[in-house]
Design a protein around this ligand. Structure first.
Ligand SMILES: C[S@@+](CC[C@H](N)C(=O)[O-])C[C@H]1O[C@@H](n2cnc3c(N)ncnc32)[C@H](O)[C@@H]1O
Length: 372
């Protein structure tokens, strides 16, 4: 399967973290507006707008969300969209499937809400269960970012890497080395992979990626999540596919290819919250290795207390870092400036200096490395 840049431009995510005082219909509409502005998923936009109207009328969506805690950043509209997509993908909502390109449907999105509303009423219990869970996306496109970060680390430190991912979901990005990346005529990563990224980078993370790859050895890859998904189970696969916008066929194909790779290399994701897990795994450090802590689109799903605890945990671990066992905390998160897409940065200890490595799309490509 081949994956090309989506042309995501500078879409900076749902923006839901900035909705501290907004009511639910406003949050749905704000998410729909930002997607519409960037030409993303007309079906999702139509469904979010229909749901916002329904919330204002006190309809089925309002009933389903009653009593569900939704702090800012939780992107509540994504939960409803995933719940509907899951029903469609599992064949339980054939009328609605007519609007879902992911199931071959081609009805215009404008008519989808009426059918979705009927579907929500018919499957309220199942939908309610998904809505109560947090957002469980796992976007393998972000491996195009992580693989570049790994090359940057290999080039800089020239020693084996322990890859430790927090908020890993199903751990598909722990497989970054098992995917292939075509860049400036070279095929990096695993050339036999079922998932090939075609030109995911604008510029390169290091001057000579092929040389950096020669120095890249990942000796351990492990993640944690408070609700890990098993990418090798049917239920887990359905959950992962359901979070992808139904009218983005390239992303669906990319996910299916990543799931094929995961069957061969099942990712290891521990069921644990980030900070306690990090304290434990970082203490298991080995001589002459780099400890890389990686996170993508994760911070907004934490409470402010959890975010503070994570900073304290990483700074404490940073103080123990040495030239022999350096620590890197690399993050891909929405930029605070919505015009700048997603920022990819790394804090390196000893020292604790932060470097902006790249700007990327929300799902990875196109990745613009600052090295250029
Ligand atoms: C939006 S998903 C992103 C998943 C993955 N990093 C990616 O980029 O595809 C956020 C993930 O963070 C997890 N999560 C939320 N709070 C957490 C915590 N305190 N510790 C560990 N994982 C957490 C969620 O369960 C979810 O799988």
């Amino acid at each position: 399967m081949q994956s090309t840049p989506s042309g995501a431009g500078d879409y900076a995510g749902s923006g839901d973290l900035n909705t501290v005082k907004a009511d639910l219909p406003t949050r749905f509409r704000a998410h729909a507006q930002v997607m519409e502005r960037h030409g993303r998923s007309p079906l999702s936009v139509a469904l979010m707008q229909g749901a916002a109207d329904d919330l204002e009328k006190g309809g089925i969506v309002a009933e389903l969300y009653t009593g569900v805690p939704l702090p800012a950043g939780q992107a509540p509209a994504l939960r409803l969209l995933a719940a509907l997509h899951r029903l469609v993908l599992s064949g339980e909502a054939p009328d609605l499937a007519a609007y879902y390109p992911s199931m071959g449907g081609n009805e215009p999105p404008e008519g989808a809400w009426k059918v979705a509303e009927v579907t929500l009423r018919a499957h309220a219990a199942e939908i309610g269960a998904v809505i109560r869970r947090g957002v469980q996306t796992n976007e393998p496109g972000r491996s195009a970012v992580l693989f570049g970060v790994l090359l940057w680390i290999a080039d800089r430190y020239r020693r084996p890497v322990r890859l430790l991912e927090i908020g890993a979901s199903a751990g598909l990005n722990l497989l970054a080395e098992n995917f292939a990346y075509r860049s400036s005529g070279a095929l990096l990563g695993d050339p036999d992979s079922a998932l090939v990224f075609e030109g995911p980078w604008v510029s390169t993370p290091v001057d000579d990626p092929a040389d950096a790859q020669e120095h890249l050895t990942v000796i351990e890859r492990r993640g944690c999540d408070i609700a890990p998904i098993d990418a090798t189970s049917r239920d887990g696969q359905l959950a992962l596919l359901s979070y992808i916008w139904p009218d983005e066929p390239k992303r669906l194909a990319r996910m299916r290819a990543a799931l094929e790779v995961a069957e061969e290399h099942p990712p290891l994701v521990d069921d644990a919250p980030a900070s306690p897990w990090l304290r434990q795994v970082l203490a298991e450090r080995q001589r002459s290795t780099v400890q890389l802590v990686w996170q993508s689109v994760f911070a907004q799903y934490l409470t402010s207390e959890d975010r503070d605890e994570l900073t304290v945990t990483m700074e404490a671990a940073g103080k123990l870092a040495t030239d022999d066992v350096p620590l890197v905390w690399a993050r891909m998160e929405p930029s605070t400036d919505p015009l700048k897409g997603f920022g990819v940065s790394a804090i390196c200890w000893p020292g604790g200096e932060e470097t902006l490595l790249a700007r990327s799309g929300d799902h990875g490509p196109p990745v613009r490395w600052t090295n250029a």
